[in-house]
Design a protein around this ligand. Structure first.
Ligand code: BMA
Length: 389
């Protein structure tokens, strides 16, 4: 094996970093602890032979084969007069996590996350949490299998929603089926995820399942569209006796009269059942000279006929205002994908994708949000009709 000459150059740069003195930062004071000027570990500290294949023959252009995004959260120990750090090293294959869904599971929480890889392709990853705020992620994408048990990995998968109906958990997302279409899988143990074959024709996105059957059928909201960043879109309802064959399609609601939902709308978080109907957090989109702006809206659908909108809030509930909503890979996006409703306290946590880069979290209370939606409700004929024409 002949070592690539670039290795020596990179090594010298790294040696400079490793030998750099790290002093106490005198400019910092709080009377409690001292701070050092530089972090102790960074991604630049990673051994070069982890990142590069050093062999001239197999890596003639000295390309980085294993990128590292971050080094953090390390444990430390002194052992036989030496100090050891055991660090968390994060590869740079997943660049951003956003538009993700979570729910209570066993004694904590479980979630399905949109992990956008560095090459721009999104996949779904699983995570677990004790408090629904701090998450431990599985390293690998969710390994779906088809009905025959053979491994199935969509070409891409994004905007997952997670809904429990009876004893089964369903993940619903957007995937390629000769264009953007709805992907689905089911699991009972979060170990085996069995794909349900493409339930809808392309193009269709933003599918959200209701958490129980209505009038004996599974019910789902979705947003049929065309390819690309569609400048239109209404929410429709479909029914199925078995999660395979879908029909009885009904129109639920279209774009709104206010600026924030004047272009298109789409389903968001799984619906919450209340005494007054299904509480819906959805997204509304407007077009500006600088691109789309995504906000969160609220509506209440009839409990037995969910294609009928009883109330629809003409104000947005949340629109991009914080830096993490306004700045990111796609600026000005608040995209709801999940809620957790604590029926005891009435508290609702809303999880939403922010700027296609982060997961944001907002809280409300059932009584407050129902009251607000009703107070500022404005419905049109296309909302309140049964929607079958
Ligand atoms: C939509 C979806 C979302 C995304 C949004 C803003 O069409 O693709 O996943 O958050 O655009 O980019």
């Amino acid at each position: 094996m002949s070592i690539h000459p670039q290795y020596e150059k990179e090594l010298q740069k790294q040696q400079k970093l490793l030998n750099r003195p790290n002093e106490v930062d005198d400019s910092f004071y709080n009377g409690i602890y001292h701070r050092y000027k530089n972090p102790v570990l960074t991604r630049e500290h990673i051994p070069l032979f982890w990142r590069y294949d050093l062999d001239m023959d197999s890596n003639p252009f000295f390309q980085e084969r294993l990128g590292v995004n971050a080094v953090m959260n390390s444990g430390a120990i002194e052992l036989d007069g030496k100090f050891y750090l055991v660090a968390r090293v994060e590869g740079n294959d997943v660049a951003r996590i956003f538009n993700s869904a979570v729910m209570p599971y066993e004694d904590g929480f479980i979630g399905v996350f949109r992990g956008e890889q560095n090459n721009g392709i999104p996949y779904i990853y699983m995570g677990r949490s004790k408090d629904a705020i701090h998450w431990d992620f599985e390293e690998e994408k969710i390994p779906f299998v088809d009905q025959e048990g053979k491994s199935f990995m969509p070409v891409y998968a994004y905007d997952p929603r997670l809904v429990k109906v009876e004893d089964t958990y369903y993940i619903i997302w957007c995937q390629d089926f000769y264009g953007a279409a709805i992907g689905m899988a089911k699991t009972q143990d979060f170990k085996t995820f069995t794909r349900i074959e493409n339930p809808f024709l392309p193009f269709n996105r933003n599918a959200v399942l209701f958490p129980r059957k209505i009038n004996g059928n599974f019910c789902l909201l979705s947003r049929p569209s065309d390819s690309g960043h569609t400048p239109f879109g209404d929410i429709f309802l479909s029914e199925s006796p078995d999660m395979v064959y879908w029909g009885k399609h009904r129109h639920v609601m279209g774009k709104g009269s206010e600026w924030w939902e004047s272009l298109k709308i789409g389903g968001g978080a799984a619906h919450i059942e209340t005494s007054e109907g299904w509480l819906l957090f959805y997204h509304g989109v407007t077009g500006t000279c600088n691109g789309y702006v995504y906000s969160i809206g609220g509506a209440i659908l009839d409990i037995d006929n969910p294609s009928v909108v009883k109330y629809r809030c003409e104000d947005f509930l949340l629109t991009p205002q914080e830096w993490y909503e306004e700045r990111g890979f796609v600026p000005n996006v608040c995209f709801p994908c999940a809620t957790i409703h604590d029926s005891g306290s009435g508290k609702i946590a809303i999880y939403y994708g922010a700027a296609d880069s982060y997961v944001g979290l907002a809280f409300t209370r059932l009584d407050d949000i129902m009251d607000y939606i009703k107070e500022y409700s404005r419905t049109g004929a296309a909302d309140t009709e049964i929607g079958k024409r």
